[in-house]
Design a binder for this molecule. Structure first.
Ligand SMILES: [Zn+2]
Ligand SMILES: [Zn+2]
Length: 474
């Protein structure tokens, strides 16, 4: 038996974590001031008093203005050039939302109080948002465009803003804004949410595990949409030999696009794999881009896997459809995999199931048929093999896998030898072994690297003819 231990965990979980971290760091990160920001604050303060940060006619500005909602504070931020959206959010009139109308009204009242005010506005670009609120419409239409054709019910939104803008905004808001004013990033995200909600999209905005993650760059207005994968759990039976578990790139062209002559343009060494026999019909049904296959260990290409089958999680990437009748998917798989691979049922699961499946270790039952390279006494052969039932064996890393596995000795238990049948010079054995037992090596001893072995017990060379995984006791 080949690489029957769970493959080493790949970094996919890490990637996910990083995504989440990145996403959370972006999402409303104005709310947390980390120590870096505090340091900058001190420096900024000095620049502020030097007065060389604002290139504006300082003559009209009242640097000692009180914060909003005091009328003088409102007049001051209007002079600074804040837009109506920012005016509404820092004025104290509607601290928890962005209301352009409320901003307009406040501005009107301020102009009534001081008719000169309008001539004292120092710049047209809002120093708090660089007029980003004007772009909300644009951003939302890009988001909607990017999401068209995808089915989703939850969405996580992140916006990346230039650091200097965030600092500038924070400085002005904390000095002149009303207490509790919503910071720029939170306000922008909220106003984008509100705008998207108006589209009558049936979507819930979440801060973790979204169906769709949207990141907007506030500088370039670039919108990146990441449609998160969906996961299916099941158990497969491989009822034909010569099928690798996962796609196996062509040895000649290393699986390059459009392949080569020797792989008939497929890029694959073997036309079929469990991954694609199961994954392709599902990928196609869900309108997805690709799949990843996570098996609970794997059997060799020439080994069948029977019984209740081997547990796996199929990851379906960028699906357009996130829900599908499971029975129909099972049927599609079984039609596509006919006589090669089959599944009894499938169920939806989440990414943690990948880890669970990959790190699980369970006993397996095998049937193995081998040829003995000398005259044999069937009773003697039977007895020597049965005597290994319940024993522990030592296996050095098999030669055939030693190029990719650390060389070490593993102790594994033969839980039971359940049956031995001798026909001429061929022997068929059914046995149950602990996870990670190299069964082929148990038979032929791998030049003495597996002790004890069938070959050793019989006292003759043994050559494996075929091997089946009869069941995985998961
Ligand atoms: Zn603004
Ligand atoms: Zn090729």
């Amino acid at each position: 038996m080949g690489i029957d231990e769970p493959k080493e965990l790949e970094n996919e979980l890490d990637e996910e974590d990083q995504w989440q971290l990145y996403a959370s760091a972006e999402y409303g990160s104005n709310y947390d001031a980390d120590s870096d920001d505090e340091d900058t604050e001190v420096v900024e303060e000095e620049i502020w008093f030097d007065g060389d940060d604002f290139e504006m006619d300082g003559g009209n500005l009242d640097w000692d203005a009180p914060p909003c909602p005091a009328p003088l504070g409102i007049a001051h931020v209007i002079k600074l050039g804040v837009c109506d959206c920012c005016l509404s959010r820092i004025s104290g009139s509607s601290p928890d939302k962005v209301a352009i109308d409320a901003g307009k009204e406040l501005r009107g009242k301020a102009y009534d109080r001081d008719p000169e005010l309008v001539s004292k506005i120092s710049q047209e670009i809002c120093p708090l948002c660089e007029n980003l609120f004007d772009d909300v419409e644009n951003i939302v239409s890009r988001v909607i465009d990017s999401l068209s054709g995808f089915e989703f019910s939850t969405l996580q939104f992140g916006i990346h803003l230039p650091k200097d803008l965030i600092q500038e905004e924070d400085r002005i808001r904390s000095k002149f804004g009303a207490q509790g004013s919503l910071p720029l990033k939170g306000a922008l995200v909220r106003s984008i949410h509100e705008r998207i909600a108006k589209e009558n999209m049936d979507v819930v905005f979440v801060k973790e595990r979204p169906d769709v993650m949207v990141l907007v760059d506030g500088l370039t207005l670039r919108v990146d949409v990441d449609v998160r994968p969906v996961f299916l759990y099941g158990r497969y039976r491989k009822i034909a030999r010569g099928i690798p578990q996962t796609r196996w790139p062509c040895r000649s062209c290393r699986g390059r696009e459009n392949g080569c002559e020797s792989c008939n343009g497929t890029g694959l060494q073997y036309p079929d794999s469990v991954q694609d026999l199961i994954g392709e019909p599902i990928r196609s049904a869900l309108g997805a881009s690709d799949t990843s296959f996570h098996g609970m260990g794997r059997e060799d290409i020439d080994v069948r896997c029977l019984g209740s089958g081997r547990p796996f999680v199929l990851e379906i990437k960028h699906p357009s459809i996130r829900d599908y009748k499971l029975q129909d998917l099972v049927q599609l798989v079984n039609e596509n995999g006919a006589e090669r691979v089959e599944v009894d049922e499938l169920s939806w699961c989440n990414r943690p199931k990948v880890n669970e499946v990959k790190s699980s270790r369970s006993d397996k039952s095998y049937t193995i048929r081998f040829r003995v390279d000398s005259e044999i006494d069937s009773e003697l052969v039977s007895d020597s093999i049965l005597s290994l039932s319940g024993t522990e064996i030592s296996q050095e890393t098999p030669k055939r896998v030693s190029h990719r596995r650390a060389d070490k000795v593993r102790k594994r238990r033969i839980v039971s030898v359940d049956s031995v049948a001798v026909e001429g010079d061929e022997v068929e054995v059914t046995l149950r072994c602990e996870a990670g037992t190299y069964v082929k090596e148990l038979v032929h001893s791998d030049e003495g690297r597996t002790v004890p072995s069938f070959s050793g017990a019989i006292g003759a060379e043994c050559e494996v003819i075929w091997l089946d995984v009869e069941d995985i006791h998961y």
